[in-house]
Every structure is written in structure tokens, then in C-alpha cells.
Design a protein around this ligand. Structure first.
Ligand code: 4AD
Ligand code: MG
Length: 461
């Protein structure tokens, strides 16, 4: 039976026959003995395979080169070498897949993260992406685990939708109409009644509206799926395709929504610290010496809560000069968010009660009529990691707001039904999964925390 490298390295049972399969990282040695470092992705570390020249003359190892795939039978023994406690004394080495060492793109010298984005197949074979992808997996698992333990139901919301959940017009269209000669109506506009769904459709920007329907029946739900935004933001924080987690809870108000967001984020970071210690230590060493300190800090400290209005006052009296001026009513830029988090409070911040003009139509209006019950969670190095709100549960107020913001009520009639039949206070938020992975791994570009990043001018594979 095959063992993974992870199993071998944590094994207490020595001097037994084992079989391990993986990819060769390096081979070195002398004319008496060769050391082959094999990695199978199960863990950051390699297993050292020792091949004695008596049994394996140079000829027998000629295809055991960096990048090749091997199956090794041998004995698991205590290692005399430093850096590992066990190693495999090889008895049989089979090359499953050769790899031309001259052509293999991952050479000894480090390959830049930018260059690695262009070799999708080999990117995950590097220590860095191996670590990132294992942390990403652990966080996804922790998310489901958190909600499951807290009585939330996982709801699958559609990828193809007929509406714009955020009302921001950043959708990718989905159509089967011929691009050259689409059918036209009498007035010359494209006739979408001929389209596959008989209407205009797009990739979802958020599962929230469908999530709200589910919450108004099941109580506490969450979505966790891909979302798509055609915003032309060529930044280190934006993707055109990203995964979002959106809990929605019937009867919760803004305060409880903040409590949930804070507890949720702290639990996830704690989970990663407990379950990904090796990978995080590696990332801390390799890229960002403050990573582990920052993660512990988030777990151990309560988030700072304040209103948008209070934040604007702080920013206006800040000594720091900003590129974009701040005034009540303008949306905060990431330089402002990061000032509040990194310079002023020096901890995660939850900003609430934003002006209604800069937030989505579905947020509950405050008594003052000027602000809404929005909340953004801001993190060091990231800026906005969560956006959420208490929802407007009142039919009249909601439809008035939609009219003011030119959100078509007819397209969203199915959504408005929640406010017609047994409406209730409810609240939720969206966590950008890649922004979370970015924060936890300490990487600096969001394109490096998803296996196949989608961003402007890039969908090669
Ligand atoms: O603030 P947003 O736009 O909120 C919503 O979509 C709500 N429907 C959520 C809800 O209340 N259920 O997006 C939520 C989060 C952001 O805080 C950010 O972390 C992430 O999604 N996000 C992106 N991540 C990567 N690339 C992008 N282009 C992103 N846009 C938003
Ligand atoms: Mg937002």
C-alpha cells in the first residue's frame, strides 16, 4: 500500500517496507550514494530517498531527474542526516514519468511569482504554491465546519442569473446569440427573447439575493461559490472570478451581524494557525516575517467598531496626506481604510452606517434617512475583506429605494416576495475567499492565491 510523504514523515514505525510515489525535487550525492528528494504535495517537506551505488549504478538513475515522477519501494529508517528524522532506503526505483532536465521550467534558482503565473501546470509543484493551496483547502474546510457547527445550512445559489444583485452593472453576459448577426426587434435592438433563456442573463456577482430567500425559510444559511465581476480593476486585490462566502441570518440585526463576522474570521484564522503550522511558518520565513504575528494579533484582539461618520472625522484630522481627499459622502479608498487599520487603530476595524448613496439598494435605511446599516470589515494589508449589512425588510421602503436607484423592480419581483409574505429583520455579509487566503498566507498579490486566476486580459488556461 502506498504511503504519502506526510504519512511517512509522521510515522513512528520504522524499519518497515514502504511504497511512496511523487516528483523528484533534487538528486545529489557522490559515487557511493545518491540522495533523492521526493515531494508528493501532501506536505511541504520532501522525503529523502537514499540509493546506494552498489544497487543503483549511475545508469539506473539517469532518468531520475528534477521534475520526473517516481515510485519508490524501500525501507523506512531513521535518518542520520540533519533536516529529517526518517528517510527511505531504496530497494526499487521506477520512473513513472520522465522530465527533460534541460527543458524543465522550474530550475534551481527561484522562479518569480509573475513568471509562475504563466506555467499553470508546474506552479503547484513549487513550495510556495503547495503551501498556499493547502492553506486554501484548510480554510475552505474550516468555513464549512464553522457553519455546520453553528447550525447554518449550505445553500447552492445559481451561477447564471437574470438580475444584478449589487446593482453595479459589472456583469459578464451569458448568451447563445450569434455575435455577428444577433436577432433584432423592430426598433433595431437585440432581441433577447430569442436567447437561450428568453431574456438577458449574466454570471452572478453575488449569491445574496437568492441567499436571502433561503434564510427567510431555513433561518441561518450560507453560500460558498464562484462570483464574477467585470470591473476593470487591475489591482493586487481584485479578480474577475473569485469565490465568496455569504452567510444570511433571519432575525439578525447589524450588531449580531458584526458579532458573527468577527467570530467567524477569528475562528478561521485560528484554524489555519492550528492546522497549517508548517506551511505558515514557511510563508512567514520566505515572504513576510510579520505574518504569524499578524495572524495571532487578529485572533487575540477584538475588532474596533465605529461609524463611517466617525471614521471620516479621524481621516480629516489625520496628519497623513492622502491621494484622494476625504469628505462625508465619498467612498473610502483603500489608502483610507489601511490608514485606519494600520496606523490609527492598529487592529481590524468594522465600519458601519455608510451614506446610502455609496451602498447597495437592499441595505436597511437608518432613522436619519441618510445612512444605511452597512458594515465593512477592514483588515491590515488587505483593506475591505468583508462587506455586509442588515437588509431593508420593509416592502415600501425597499421599493422606494430601488426606484431612487433605478433598480428594476419587475426583474426582482421574486426577491420582493420575501418582503410581501412574512418579512422579518435579517442580515448577512460577503467574505471574499481569496482576500481571506491572501491575508492568511501573507502573499502580496491575489492572483497568487487561486490556482487559475482570471483578471483583465488573462484567461489563457
Ligand atoms: O462588498 P461586496 O461587493 O458585497 C456583496 O457582494 C454583498 N452581496 C455581500 C453580502 O452582503 N452578502 O463583496 C463582498 C466581498 C468584499 O468585501 C471582498 O472581500 C470581496 O467580496 N470582493 C472581491 N474579491 C476579489 N475580487 C473582487 N473583484 C472582489 N469584489 C469583492
Ligand atoms: Mg464592498
Amino acid at each position: 500500500k502506498r504511503s504519502t510523504v506526510q504519512q511517512l514523515l509522521s510515522s513512528q514505525e520504522l524499519d518497515r517496507e514502504v511504497l511512496v510515489k511523487g516528483w523528484v525535487r533534487t538528486r545529489r550525492g557522490n559515487k557511493y550514494v545518491q540522495f533523492i528528494a521526493v515531494n508528493d504535495g501532501s506536505i511541504l517537506h520532501n522525503i529523502q530517498v537514499v540509493a546506494d551505488a552498489e544497487k543503483f549504478p549511475e545508469e539506473a538513475l539517469k532518468d531520475v531527474t528534477t521534475g520526473s515522477c517516481v515510485a519508490i519501494r524501500g525501507k523506512l529508517v531513521a535518518s542520520q542526516g540533519k533536516g529529517q528524522t526518517v528517510e527511505v532506503q531504496a530497494a526499487e526505483i521506477t520512473v513513472l514519468g520522465k522530465s527533460d532536465p534541460e527543458a524543465y521550467p522550474l530550475q534551481k534558482k527561484a522562479t518569480s511569482l509573475e513568471h509562475l503565473r504563466e506555467i499553470a501546470h508546474l506552479r503547484p509543484r513549487t513550495n510556495t504554491f503547495g503551501a498556499v493551496l493547502r492553506v486554501r483547502h484548510a480554510l475552505a474546510f474550516a468555513i464549512h465546519d464553522y457553519f455546520n457547527k453553528n447550525g447554518f445550512f449550505y445553500v447552492h445559489t445559481p451561477i447564471i442569473t437574470g438580475s444584478d444583485a449589487e446593482g453595479a452593472g459589472q456583469m459578464f453576459r451569458v448568451t447563445t446569440l450569434p455575435p455577428e448577426h444577433p436577432p433584432r426587434t423592430a426598433d433595431g435592438s437585440v432581441d433577447f427573447s430569442e436567447d437561450f433563456f428568453g431574456k438577458q442573463t449574466n454570471l452572478t456577482v453575488s449569491g445574496q439575493l437568492e441567499g436571502e430567500l433561503a434564510a427567510m425559510a431555513l433561518g441561518s444559511i450560507y453560500t460558498f461559490g464562484p462570483t464574477f465581476r467585470a470591473e476593470n480593476s487591475n489591482t493586487a486585490r481584485h479578480l474577475a472570478e473569485f469565490w465568496m462566502i455569504e452567510p444570511e441570518v433571519a432575525f439578525n440585526e447589524l450588531e449580531e451581524n458584526m458579532d458573527l463576522a468577527e467570530d467567524f474570521l477569528q475562528s478561521l484564522v485560528r484554524y489555519a494557525l492550528e492546522h497549517c503550522a508548517d506551511d505558515l511558518a514557511f510563508l512567514n520565513e520566505q515572504y513576510d516575517k510579520e505574518l504569524l504575528g499578524r495572524l495571532h494579533f487578529v485572533v487575540d484582539n477584538a475588532f474596533q467598531r465605529l461609524t463611517y461618520t466617525e471614521a471620516v472625522e479621524i481621516l480629516k484630522s489625520a496628519k497623513q496626506k492622502f491621494e484622494f481627499p476625504v469628505d462625508w459622502g465619498t467612498d473610502l479608498q483603500s489608502e483610507h481604510e489601511r490608514y485606519l487599520v494600520e496606523k490609527h487603530f492598529k487592529k481590524p476595524v468594522i465600519l458601519t452606517n455608510y451614506p446610502k448613496e455609496i451602498k447597495a439598494f437592499y441595505m436597511k435605511l437608518d432613522e436619519d434617512g441618510r445612512t444605511v446599516r452597512a458594515m465593512d470589515v477592514l483588515f491590515p494589508g488587505i483593506g475591505e475583506i468583508i462587506g455586509g449589512s442588515q437588509r431593508e425588510e420593509d416592502y415600501e421602503k425597499l421599493t422606494t429605494r430601488m426606484a431612487e436607484m433605478h433598480v428594476p423592480t419587475d426583474e426582482l419581483d421574486w426577491y420582493l416576495d420575501t418582503r410581501r409574505f412574512g418579512t422579518a429583520p435579517h442580515a448577512g455579509f460577503g467574505l471574499g475567499f481569496e482576500r481571506l487566503v491572501l491575508f492568511v498566507t501573507g502573499m502580496s498579490n491575489i492572483r497568487d492565491v487561486i490556482p487559475f486566476p482570471r483578471y483583465p486580459k488573462n484567461a489563457a488556461f
